[in-house]
Ligand binder design. Structure first.
Ligand code: SF4
Length: 262
């Protein structure tokens, strides 16, 4: 098996992440504003994003065994939360506490030898690991919230923390494919991977079946095929794809006025 070749659009706009390819798929014109023109629009900061970032910060440190009060204090300061945002973040505390109980019992039950949090991964066009910020060589990259390495078998469990609403599990298929590729490339002795979502609001966890990741090429080709399929449906980045998402688009004004932002 050979590695699939990226189409010109994919090659031209690397490095790629899940959110970047999702933006291209959703609306090529928005992609152009955001990733080609790199236009920044002054908007009020989205509260849900701020709370999500703060919850991630709490979890990042809490899973290492640090005192939970200190983790919240750190997140509140680091994310510069307002008093209203602090109240909202503290509303997650019972669920985060419940998650930590599950997490520590999972560590014991499955004999986890190592866990890593908020780790940045990147690969080049040949699937070899490179530094995350190496823009000359990075082709695909992503940040993993939590990965657990099993001691007795060459397996990893990867969890992504989600603070938004619950979505169908299949909604995350592409994200999981990116994770499988990035983690397998960086940990070549791994042969099996479980991927899952931790829904922070209620501490529920949903995971996939164990997936065979022993061979890198099919993982690479699945991700590249996904990106090439999206690129092949686009004739030009001038294409506007309208839908419900336009209401949340930072570039709506420029788009509607036929201008490239202001
Ligand atoms: S407003 Fe809609 S059509 Fe226009 S750039 Fe944004 S997502 Fe695309």
């Amino acid at each position: 098996m050979a590695l699939e070749t990226p189409l010109a659009l994919i090659e031209q706009h690397r490095p790629w992440s899940v959110s970047k390819i999702d933006t291209l798929k959703q609306c090529p014109y928005k992609f152009k504003f955001n990733y080609v023109k790199k236009m920044k629009i002054d908007r009020p900061v989205n509260k849900a994003l701020v709370i999500g970032k703060a919850a991630h910060a709490v979890l990042q440190y809490a899973v290492t065994g640090r005192n939970l009060d200190a983790c919240f204090e750190f997140a509140i300061v680091d994310c510069k939360l307002t008093s209203e945002e602090i109240d909202e973040l503290l509303g997650y505390r019972p669920a985060i506490t419940a998650f930590l109980v599950k997490y520590h019992s999972y560590l014991k039950k499955h004999d986890i030898r190592e866990s890593i949090t908020e780790r940045q991964y990147a690969i080049d066009i040949s699937g070899k690991p490179v530094k995350f910020f190496d823009n000359d060589h990075a082709f695909i990259r992503g940040v993993v919230d939590l990965a657990l390495f099993v001691r007795q078998q060459p397996h990893i469990v990867v969890l992504d923390h989600k603070t938004g609403k619950h979505r169908e599990f299949s909604h995350y298929n592409a994200q999981f494919d990116f994770y499988r590729l990035l983690l397998r490339a960086s940990h070549p002795t791994i042969t099996g991977m479980v991927t899952g979502i931790h829904y922070v609001s209620d501490a529920s966890i949903k995971t996939s079946a164990l997936t065979d990741v022993a061979d890198l090429e099919p993982l690479y080709n699945k991700v590249m095929g996904y990106m090439n399929d999206i690129a092949s449906s686009i004739a030009t980045l001038e294409e506007r794809r309208t839908g419900w998402w336009c209401r949340f688009c930072d570039y709506q004004d420029g788009c509607l006025n036929g201008e490239e932002g202001r």
